[in-house]
Design a protein around this ligand. Structure first.
Ligand SMILES: Nc1ncnc2c1ncn2[C@@H]1O[C@H](COP(=O)(O)OP(=O)(O)O)[C@@H](O)[C@H]1O
Ligand SMILES: [Mg+2]
Length: 256
């Protein structure tokens, strides 16, 4: 069953100083199945963030529909947890209190709040760092707190906009393992934007390739590889090669 549906979605930004109007999304069609990991790749400016922001409920579409569980998305909701490149944590609150923040707003009783936040910090391997402030956590740990916070607040879909782009290669690989462990435990649906074809093939059930001017989906690849995936294997590198080829072809047709 699909949990997210996008139908003929378009987004036009009006002209601003020095720029004409931009058709950031043009007739985008996408369905995401429950429990699926979909990675969206494509060059800068192809509308990845615009699409994610509409799914998050931060922005409205110009036309078309964005549905969550069959109902139009009308604003942000804890059902749809968003994780950005830099974890948007409150710097004055400990990891645990950051995870608890939404639960306080929901008026969850204190004891339940504590056990819930610790449960999710444990899930991301950060129980021992529960009382640390964000400044005392590494970039990867901060992203794990952001994931724990989204899940503790009841996210059934995670919307991730280049969540690991600012991390070094080793931490990035570790975060891929974390994310897949979360997925194996919770079967959370994920829509993950990335610049990295490697990352997409490592994580996705399906890779959606977008192209700019206007922003659109050009093709999709189902990644039919068991997990954990061996990034040195022939099929893994074949997927990478095919996806890179599509992206290069789009870039070349714009340039010529
Ligand atoms: N708030 C905005 N106002 C005007 N133009 C925007 C705005 N946000 C994005 N754009 C333009 O829309 C296009 C798609 O941007 P974006 O969705 O951020 O792409 P991506 O995340 O793939 O880099 C780009 O041309 C960008 O300059
Ligand atoms: Mg972006």
């Amino acid at each position: 069953m699909s949990i997210v549906d996008v139908r003929q979605l378009s987004k036009r930004y009006p002209a601003r100083a020095g720029h004409g109007p931009v058709l950031a999304l043009d007739g985008v069609e996408l369905s995401v199945e429950e429990g699926e990991i979909v990675c969206i790749v494509g060059p800068s400016g192809c509308g990845k963030t615009s699409l994610l922001n509409i799914l998050a409920g931060f922005e409205d579409a110009t036309s078309g529909a964005a549905l969550f569980k069959g109902a139009p998305i009308q604003g942000p909701s804890p059902d749809r947890g968003v994780v950005f490149q830099e974890a948007a944590l409150f710097p004055w609150l400990s990891a645990r209190r950051n995870v608890e923040f939404g639960l306080v707003e929901k008026r969850m009783p204190k004891a339940e709040r504590h056990s819930t936040s610790l449960e999710y910090l444990r899930l991301v391997g950060l129980e021992a760092a529960a009382d640390r402030l964000p400044a005392a956590l590494s970039g990867g740990m901060r992203q794990r707190v952001a994931l724990a916070r989204s899940l503790a607040n009841g996210a059934t879909v995670l919307l991730l906009d280049e969540p690991f782009a600012a991390l070094d290669a080793q931490t990035k690989a570790q975060m891929h393992g974390e994310l897949l462990r979360i997925w194996e435990t919770m079967r959370t649906t994920m829509v993950l934007i990335t610049h990295s074809i490697d990352e997409a093939v490592a994580l996705a059930d399906r890779v959606v390739v977008m192209a700019p001017n206007p922003g659109r989906i050009v093709t999709q690849f189902r990644i039919d590889l068991d997990r954990p995936r061996d990034d040195t294997s022939h099929p893994f590198n074949e997927y990478k090669r095919e996806i890179r080829q599509v992206i290069n072809d789009c870039t070349r047709s714009v340039a010529s």
